[in-house]
Every structure is written in C-alpha cells, then in structure tokens.
Ligand binder design. Structure first.
Ligand code: SF4
Length: 176
C-alpha cells in the first residue's frame, strides 16, 4: 500500500505542538507503517517537497519568511492542518501585536539585556508588524485548537485521514 506523505512545519511557535505529536508514544509504530514523514524538524529534509498529502503546521505567521513558506507549503500540500492555538488564532506570538516592533526589540534586546545590548539582524528574519494565524494567509483545511492539542486528538485526526474519513470535531479539544 502506498504510504501517505506527511510533513510537519514549525513557524512562530514554541515546539510544544511538535512535542505533543511525539507524545503519541507507541502508536507511532503503527503510524510508521502507513506514513512517510517527508519534511519537518523530525527529519533531515532541506526543501519542502512537491506532492505532500498532509501538512501539520505549528505556529503563527510572524515574518515575511513565514509568509513565503506558508504560501509554498499550501501550493505543495493537499490537506493543510493548522495545529495548535498559535496557528489557529495567533495565540502567544500575537501577544506582541499591540507593541510596535521597533519598541519591542529595543525593550527585549537592549533595555532588558545585561550584556551585548544589540538587536540581532544577521540571519534573523525581520518581524512583520503583527503575528497572524495561518488562515489570514492561505486556505486551511482543518483547524486543531489546543495549546498544545492533546496527543490523542492528533492521533485521532491522523487516524481519520489515513482511513479516508472526514475528521470529526473533537468536543474534548478546546482552546488554551
Ligand atoms: S499552541 Fe501552545 S504549544 Fe503550540 S506552539 Fe503555540 S504556544 Fe506552543
């Protein structure tokens, strides 16, 4: 049987949603027989590939680089899943939205630092004015709230998709 190509992506998030994905523990063995993880922090792929069946995206869109990445991911993905509150609503990254970016960076890297009072620019993507949820940039097929979503919810979702079922809304998964 042809394996389902799955990618995971980490935009502006804390990695907690990926940790929850790893929390599916032993169930990962059964999943491994049905899916190929073709891109993400869990594998060593440099470029997002073409023809991905399912992509789970953690985190908000906070920079131009994030916006370009999510555009490319959308073009190359059949089913795009916003995984976790940051991807669904902006959540933690969006808490900065009321503070102008220059003021925020000054406060964190200069006023708030004991040493090396420099705002980093080398290799660091410039922040957009606001951190925004995925749906403001691309069409999202499935939203999975939670901070992070419980492992069981992620497993249930993947199980539904692998069996060709439309994922049912899980009443036990909630924001926060
Ligand atoms: S939803 Fe929560 S756990 Fe997931 S990336 Fe955002 S802050 Fe981290």
């Amino acid at each position: 049987m042809k394996k389902v190509k799955v990618a995971t992506v980490w935009l502006d998030g804390c990695s907690g949603c990926h940790m929850s994905l790893l929390d599916i523990d032993a169930a990962v063995i059964a999943l491994a027989g049905k899916i190929d993880i073709v891109y993400g922090p869990l594998v060593d792929a440099q470029e997002f590939p073409e023809g991905v069946d399912v992509t789970l995206v953690e985190g908000a869109v906070s920079s131009l680089e994030d916006a370009h990445r999510i555009d490319l991911i959308r073009q190359r993905t059949n089913i795009l899943i916003a995984l976790g509150d940051c991807a669904v609503t902006g959540n933690v990254p969006a808490m900065r939205n009321k503070v102008p970016v220059a003021k925020l960076l000054q406060r964190v890297y200069v006023e708030g630092a004991d040493t090396g009072k420099v705002i980093p620019t080398d290799g660091v993507p410039a922040l957009n004015r606001h951190a925004r949820p995925l749906q403001e940039f691309v069409k999202v097929d499935i939203h999975v709230p939670g901070c992070p979503p419980p492992a069981k919810a992620i497993l249930g979702l993947l199980g539904d998709l692998l069996e060709g079922r439309k994922p049912a809304a899980n009443p036990k998964v909630k924001f926060g």
